[in-house]
Design a protein around this ligand. Sequence first.
Ligand SMILES: [Zn+2]
Length: 705
Amino acid sequence: MAHDPYAPCICGNGKKLKFCCQDILSDMIRIEKLIDNQPDAAEKLLRSLLKKHDDKEVLVTQLASILTRKGEFEEARTQLVDFLKRHPDEPRALLALADVCITTQGFGATRRIVHRAFQLGARQFPAGVAMLASRIAGQMAQAGCAMSVREHLALAVRMSPPDRRNSLLMQLANFESQRTIPYPFRGRFALLPVELEDPQLQKEDVRARKVSQIGCWEPAAILYSRLVEKCPENGALWYNLGLFRAWDGRLKEAAEALHKAGSVLEDFDSAVEAEALAQLIDLEISQDNYAIVQETVNVSSVSELLTRMDAAGRFARVQSSNNEDQVEGSRVAAEFEFLTEEAAEKPDPAQLPDVIADITILDSDENSGGPRALIVALEDDVEKAISAFRELAEDLAAEPEEGSRNQLSRMPSQCRLFDWKIHHADGIGSSRFRELDQERLANALQNWLSSPLAALGDASPADAAKDDDNKVRVGGSVLTLDVICNRMGYDPDLSGVREQLGVTPPAPMPIDESSSITSLPLLQFGRVAETDLTDEQVIEFTNRITLVRHLRLLERAVEELVKRPAALEQFTPMRGHLLRATVAREKNDMQTASECFEAARNAIADDPDAFRTRLELDIRELSCRLDNPHDEELPGLLEGIRDRYFVKIPEIEDVIREELENSGCVHLLDQLAPVTATSKDGVWTPEGESEPAEGGGKLWMPGDS
Ligand SMILES: [Zn+2]
């Protein structure tokens, strides 16, 4: 096929063929054919062409790509560097060199080249920039620089060609839902508007924002460092400088700039947010942390070991519903909790032991190794657990081996106050455990108030708050506390803590009707006045916070959502009501949860698929009510399920039985027998309302439709 000499050149650099690769066209086509199946021949041809045409970027980048695929990074680098000495501004050679260097030396040592490649390549070769940015995001994740990961991923999305965009968006969504990352880091941060008098400085600000837009955060930070030198009291400048540095993966310097921003920003809430962000970054890099470790002990004769463990009071077997579980490639034989004291025969909910260690017993597996016990505990507790285990296992446990201990993760020491696990004794029900957790949480918050904090110069929040000069730092520490609690699985209302400290509660933030909630920094979500939002924004708020998972914010979002029929309709009513039920369940508010299930039933009444959806709702309500094994509505609900579904869908009966057994509610199994057998006993009938069910939960009656 003849090539139109005035069409864009096949090398992709945008020039017309006639003025570009016309003279090597036939060779280029040959190389294209050879490159996948005969890379050596392609390499040879490229090398000889490059000798004659040492100005042709396409030749050197193709050669480098063959070399890197062969693992010859050094040679690829040499070729590219030689070429760039002659043509320093060729964007694709720069992008290729940046790619090679990132692989061999890491982003830290390669920043300059990367940012130069971004600057020269962004307009013409955005796909190359996108590819590099997503590679850097991967390295930043390894280094624990979450803000940098997110921003590089967002850059990759902005720059990616349409066919790659979806997969990058998925990667971004996946990152945003990772609960191990403190939640503010999972969202976007926005540069603050800056007020500058001098037009020359204004120009510099604009330049910095432009290069930031294409991921050049070191150049942006350099421009801003000069600006803060000239305007050291400008808080917005310091804040933006902090963001540039954090996005560039320089956490220590980022925290310094953000602390400074917190100390000079005039608006109190903005100052508190800057300070909180600085404190959160400090926690990421602090050496003051604790480890969760795993010790592997080889064992023999698993069944004998399980018998011994079952007989020992301080080892409690965990009821697992799934026997197919695999860990490290081996089948899980059993899971145990090692407790602070013996579990009582009849557990007293007020005095349940704590879990010191989780112990998983693995069967032997041809590929993965012999039978072994994995003991997971906090670093400080693990020895206790190991020696108790060895004492019990005696001859069944092998001698300790070198390298048997792994560190699974590290947590900032501030999390330790909120790190506990109560032994879940059978038959007590999740709602009681939530109450216990709430009691602990209230105590932990009081302890926090009087515990020294590094962020407050080792003063306790209560002491630091006595000095008015510390208001911003103390306010920041409360916001940080919210993040720490969220990370540990709790979202307490901190208004009481603020009150005790005399910290002004965050002021509601005005939000323009046209602005997008998704682009709001997550640290500001607490300041969203949901009642002032448009329907569209309420939906966005709910979706966003569902992804992030913050119970208290989710409650605010979803309460507002259900008040707005049009918004709820758009969100899908069933989904909205169930989300609200989830929040109510977490708060042990069965009354509200009942209302939600009823509302959801009403919402789906006319659906073509109503029977199935109704079944799903009934099972969800059941699982929710089983949190309290003595919930008075349970017998009626079970009877309703039995009558409606057991005949039409027989396999449901097994599902329900298993659910009852797993939640320690075997006393309810009788309710599943056919009507004649149990009609006297606890079955709800409209006349027989004499049971103590009168008090609560009467809003919805099983059997109503
Ligand atoms: Zn060309």
